[in-house]
Design a protein around this ligand. Structure first.
Ligand code: TRP
Length: 511
């Protein structure tokens, strides 16, 4: 057992528990809802290829950094990153000064919102050091889970509608009407969103082993079973080959700079990396587990399930000749039409199975997002787990209500729109769009960049590599080989951060 371990800390019951919980977090709406619709909007195969490269070159190394720090520190992300550098050193203070100067410049140029945020960051960094990554872990779920909860609510609504045979439309107009009856009526969308949040909160209330681990162990196998049944249905449709070709054949002409940023952001989003979630999950992991093998399994499961979901959706879309670039509504509006036209009187069965799959995927991920905030409140701010759960769920649900009532535009939140326009110079789309884009295209990649730089250059990649095998602190554990140190050293210090920076520069047109 590592000398740092505190025995009172709750732990996963076993390795399978950890893998299923982490995979449950990774496999979510990102795989079944977001991956198909952004692949549809960005031209298919080439986008998928860039996504896979981002998963391997950026996602995997950062996942390993996050998990190793958590297990080593045996504490929430705030405590864990604080433990690496308890008081800000010279380099940290230099970074803080640079950030402060940039903040001042932004304020002078009247970028008030960005300037104020950077100013707060620079001051926090100067005083609290790299615990700042942990604060980020505690706060970013507020943004992600607010809109995630909205979609999670829709999945539950659609599951019940499927069972009640009310997804029996066969035209896009009929589909739009049903979607509208869920999304556009605040009473309905907010109730389902709160229902979804309550399910997440109840699970977290019961703790790591009796809550998260138990729910993941029950639901993930069911998710897999549903997926297999749906794939068999989809790929045996006439003309399904075209959909498979769309998903797998890269046509680089269809890939834009924006598409590359989306693919990278989605790699973070889908693997649940970039905000320290795996630091929290890793902190519940015992010393006798191998982090490298576990990470490889989680990445394979997550990527596999995204591709398999593509195999459910695209063959069906192409077979029935439905549009593929419908955005967030894609799976909600188009999939029931397809199930009705191929399933005959069993359409309701396929639709409710599909939305049950989506609900399960959303739940296990929503649970993990809530857990990061709760973990920080418990360890760092000494809350009781149950009060932390209620507080975090209440705050997130309140922000989520704003996303629920503003899926299409800002018309229900004019004051907020004006405030955001004043602070940030514009407020495109809606609160929902903003939360989605801000979290996956910016917050997670920036979080990942800071984590890889701080872990790579601050903590040192040798510490990461030493934590990879089981029993890292045991006397008979061999020192890591030179090859392993070089490989992970380069991946964490150079490849991951450079790739993130290149994608950002490419997006703003500097490359
Ligand atoms: N990975 C989840 C999905 O694909 C979303 C998610 C859950 C997440 N927990 C996270 C994303 C933590 C980033 C960080 O739907």
């Amino acid at each position: 057992m590592s000398g740092n371990a505190r025995t009172s800390r709750e732990k996963w019951g076993g390795n399978i528990g950890f893998i299923l919980a982490a995979a449950g977090s990774a496999v979510g709406l990102g795989n079944v809802w977001r991956f198909p619709f952004i692949t549809g909007q960005n031209g298919g195969g080439a986008f998928v290829l860039v996504y896979l490269l981002c998963v391997l070159l950026i996602g995997l190394p950062i996942m390993i950094c996050e998990t190793t720090v958590g297990r080593w520190a045996q504490s929430d992300p705030i405590g864990a990153f604080g433990k690496i550098e308890p008081t800000p050193g010279r380099r940290t203070r230099t970074v803080a000064v640079l950030l402060f100067l940039s903040a001042a410049a932004l304020l002078v140029c009247r970028h008030y919102g960005q300037g104020a945020i950077l100013m707060i960051l620079s001051l926090t960094l100067a005083v609290r050091g790299w615990r700042i990554i942990g604060y980020f872990s505690a706060l970013v779920p507020l943004v992600i889970l607010s809109y995630y909860g909205t979609v999670g609510g829709w999945t539950i609504a659609y599951f019940f509608k499927g069972l009640a045979h009310s997804l029996n439309f066969t035209t896009t107009e009929g589909a739009a009407e049903v979607f509208h009856s869920v999304e556009a009526i605040p009473g309905v969308s907010v109730s389902y969103q709160l229902g979804f949040m309550s399910l997440c909160a109840v699970t977290i209330w019961f703790g790591v082993r009796q809550g998260i681990e138990l729910v993941s162990k029950l639901l993930l196998p069911l998710l897999f079973l549903l997926l297999v049944v749906l794939i068999i249905r989809s790929v045996t449709l006439p003309n399904s080959g075209e959909g498979i070709r769309f998903l797998l054949y890269p046509d680089f002409g269809k890939l834009s700079a924006e598409g590359i940023l989306l693919a990278m952001g989605h790699a973070f989003f889908s693997l649940s990396v970039g905000l320290g979630l795996l630091t929290a999950y890793g902190s519940y992991l015992d010393a006798d587990k191998n982090i490298l093998t576990n990470s490889l399994i989680i990445v394979t499961l997550d990527t596999g399930i995204a591709l398999l979901s593509g195999l459910v959706i695209f063959p069906a879309l192409f077979s029935v000749g439905m549009p593929i670039d419908q955005g967030p509504k894609l799976v909600f509006q188009i999939m029931p039409i397809i199930f009705n036209s191929i399933g005959g009187s069993f359409g309701w069965f396929w639709s409710s199975s599909f939305f049950l799959l989506l609900t399960i995927a959303a739940l296990t991920s929503g649970i993990s997002l809530l857990e990061v905030t709760v973990c920080c409140l418990v360890d760092h701010f000494h809350f009781k787990r149950r009060s932390a759960t209620v507080l975090a769920a209440a705050v997130i649900s309140a922000i989520g209500v704003l996303c629920s009532i503003s899926f299409d535009d800002w018309s229900r939140l004019p004051a907020l729109q004006r405030a955001i326009t004043f602070l940030f110079g514009g407020a495109k789309g809606s609160m929902f769009d903003m939360a989605d884009k801000l979290s996956s295209s910016y917050l997670l990649p920036i979080g990942g960049l800071v984590i890889s730089l701080f872990i790579g250059w601050g903590w040192g990649t040798d510490n990461v590599v030493r934590q990879l095998p089981a029993h890292p602190a045991a006397a008979d554990t061999p020192e890591p080989s030179l090859a392993a140190r070089l490989f992970w050293g380069i991946a964490i210090r150079v490849v991951a951060p450079a790739a993130i920076i290149i994608v950002f520069l490419h997006t703003i047109g500097w490359l």
